[in-house]
Design a binder for this molecule. Structure first.
Ligand code: PRX
Length: 629
């Protein structure tokens, strides 16, 4: 790959980086290209299976692909027990720092102990294989313990991001029909307390299936405890039943591991379902090669475990690789903008993986903050969630990585479970491009008819080969899975993104082509924001769009039609913003709200957000032949 003269601005990895890398680039691409199933099978053999698979890939019922069919395993067993049985027993699995500066750490041994104890509690509450358990808290170790405990006993976890609010939580509890909710009393965010239990109580009034609520004490504020339903986590963990040993459920490779809700084109969020076997092999392998995980690495994925990035690369990927995962509870700028850099120095973090919005946010405070700290432990950097603008890329590379740390710009999705377009440490980099598909993956950029577009032309990003960590279905809605992802271009997985490919075969992501808005890397659906607005008594109709924003990437702009009898005012705008915050969560609050008399719609009544966006940006709205009069 190094031999060819590449076009544009290119950053070549150093000899040291290449020498250190787990991935011997050309060889890895070649092997996977030659034999896709053989490639993944070889990786799967590095993990522990109670029973070996009969078939690596079963595509007889595509798009319902199956991987490692007939195999029996358990991802939590591979994350913990496997290491406890080796010299890694006393190695740190998790280092945690709270926003207020508290420190906690867990060796592999200790983490397994806590997971076993909590698994026993869940079992004693009647949680069985296949039952759904919702977790709703901030970035605290109990979230990881809860997820792993569910996995250990074969229950399906559904983590709801701690920044979501009443209606978002209610909807997810109800759709998943969760039996148990694990919640924290509250969380810290920029020095303030978010009353998670209070939000949960309100959501629970609307959701009927939850039988038990387990409350983790984090802030120590007074909270309401419903008799017969609510129990303190720490009290349960002190009961004799919470003993240190808990047998592991030997699950089928294709048994569900978790569901995670994400926003799609229309209507309610979709419950993306991932399984034990394929997801395990996919996250293990991608992290090992892309972030070049070694025995002594401390890996910091600064995302939230409530999103796929945290599932795959705070919890599962690092533990499967026997690395040390670092988790920080709070905001990057609290109490000062050097918080992150201070922790990198303090803990000797080797790899930092974050989102462009965080980089842009920290960049605003200038170089002096990071320059006060010794960041020389860093070896690799990563970016995810949205396209990284070359300016932020270069700042990250120069100021944080000191021009020694390649940036792994990884493109992937909740649905893909693992990195899909990504460099390897030995890949020459171009700022703003995720470079190429991971070894073995065939991706393409196609036009309206599904035909590949020409070099440097924009089109729909599609995936043409199955991969082990791919979503298996939308929980309880297989038809929607087929319709949403596999029907637009037969035989190809539709990502919902538009992209270009340059003369060197490098991919450049442009953005979503559907009604998903990426705000600070968080994925929100216009439909959810609109329904939160319409649930306010003053609003008859609403439309939400994303407009470019310097730090957030996109900011939400809403257009609303008032009901008769209501007057527009600044006070109402603020009330509407608060209302969306209360129903959906602070990240969904519109930046701007405009009162309008009508919305552009197609003759069949669909809002043409594209027209609203073009108007707001002063651009040509393009083809408007379907616009109603
Ligand atoms: O639009 C792409 C963008 O994030 C979407 C997936 O969002 P989500 O399911 O929340 O998962 C985010 C983290 C894996 C994609 O469809 N996206 C993700 N990573 C990148 C990106 N856009 C550009 N570059 C990336 N590296």
């Amino acid at each position: 790959m190094n031999d060819k003269q590449l076009t544009g601005e290119v950053y070549y990895p150093s000899k040291d980086v290449i020498k250190h890398a787990n991935a011997k680039c050309e060889k890895l691409y070649e092997e996977a290209e030659k034999n896709l199933e053989g490639f993944w099978e070889k990786e799967a053999k590095n993990l522990k299976w109670f029973k070996k698979w009969n078939k690596v890939l079963d595509d007889s019922e595509k798009p319902f692909y199956k991987w490692f069919v007939g195999g029996k395993t358990n991802i939590a067993y591979n994350c913990l027990d496997v290491h406890v049985e080796t010299y890694r027993r006393n190695k740190l699995a998790l280092i945690w720092e709270g926003e207020k500066g508290e420190f906690r750490s867990f060796s592999y041994f200790a983490l397994r102990r806590e997971v076993c104890r909590f698994s026993n509690i869940l079992k004693s509450l009647g949680v069985k294989k296949g039952d759904r358990v919702t977790l709703y808290m901030g970035r605290i170790p109990e979230l990881m313990i809860g997820m792993l405990a569910c996995a250990r006993i074969g229950a399906i976890h559904s983590v709801v991001y701690g920044g979501f609010s009443v209606e978002a939580l209610h909807e997810r509890l109800e759709d998943s029909q969760s039996k148990v909710l694990i919640v924290a009393d509250g969380s810290y965010q920029r020095g303030k307390i978010v009353q998670l239990k209070q939000i949960a109580d309100e959501a629970l009034q609307r959701a009927a299936t939850v039988e038990s609520v387990l409350v983790v004490k984090r802030t120590g504020e007074d909270v309401y405890m419903e008799p017969g339903r609510d129990m303190w986590y720490h009290e349960l963990m002190n009961l004799p039943i919470a003993n240190n040993s808990c047998s592991v459920e030997q699950v089928d490779a294709e048994d569900p591991l978790f569901i995670l809700y994400t926003s799609g084109t229309t209507g309610k969020p979709k419950a993306i379902l991932h399984t034990h076997g394929g997801y395990m092999v996919g996250t293990y392998t991608t992290l090992k090669y892309v972030f070049d995980i070694h025995e002594d690495d401390r890996f910091w994925c600064a995302a939230d475990p409530g999103w796929i990035t945290g599932h795959s690369y705070i919890v599962y990927g690092p533990l499967l690789n026997g690395a040390t995962s670092f988790m920080y509870e709070g905001a990057p700028t609290h109490p000062y903008p050097n918080r992150w850099w201070q922790m990198i120095e303090k803990y000797g973090i080797n790899i930092l993986y974050t989102a462009p919005t965080a980089i842009r946010g920290l960049m605003r405070y200038g170089e002096a903050w990071p320059n006060r700290h010794d960041l020389s432990s860093l070896r690799l950097l990563g970016s995810v969630g949205e396209p990284i603008n070359p300016e932020a890329w270069k700042w990250y590379y120069r100021v944080i990585g000191k021009e020694n740390c390649p940036i792994m710009d990884t493109w992937w999705q909740t649905e893909t479970g693992m990195f899909m377009i990504t460099p390897l440490p030995c890949t020459p980099l171009k700022p703003g491009s995720g470079t190429k598909p991971f070894p073995g993956l065939k991706m393409d950029i196609v036009d309206e008819d599904g035909k590949p577009v020409k070099t440097n032309e924009e089109g729909y990003l599609v995936i043409k080969t199955p991969w082990p960590a791919m979503m298996r279905t939308i929980y309880n809605d297989p038809d929607r899975y087929v319709q949403q992802y596999w029907s637009r271009f037969p035989g190809m997985y539709m990502t919902g993104d538009s992209a270009k490919r340059d003369e060197d075969g490098y991919y450049w992501i442009i953005g979503r082509v559907d009604d998903v808005i990426k705000v600070s890397g968080y994925r929100l659906g216009t439909a959810e924001i609109e329904s939160a607005l319409v649930s306010h008594p003053s609003i008859a109709e609403a439309a939400a769009i994303g407009l470019p924003h310097d730090v957030k990437g996109n900011a939400i702009h809403a257009f609303v039609i008032l009901r008769v009898g209501y007057e527009k005012s600044d006070k109402l705008i603020e009330e509407l913003r608060q209302h969306v915050g209360h129903e959906m969560g602070p990240i969904a609050k519109p930046e701007h709200i405009d009162f309008v008399d009508s919305l552009p719609k197609t003759r069949s009544g669909k809002i043409m957000r594209r027209v609203l966006k073009a108007r707001a940006l002063g651009l040509d709205p393009g083809n408007i032949s379907t616009l109603e009069e």
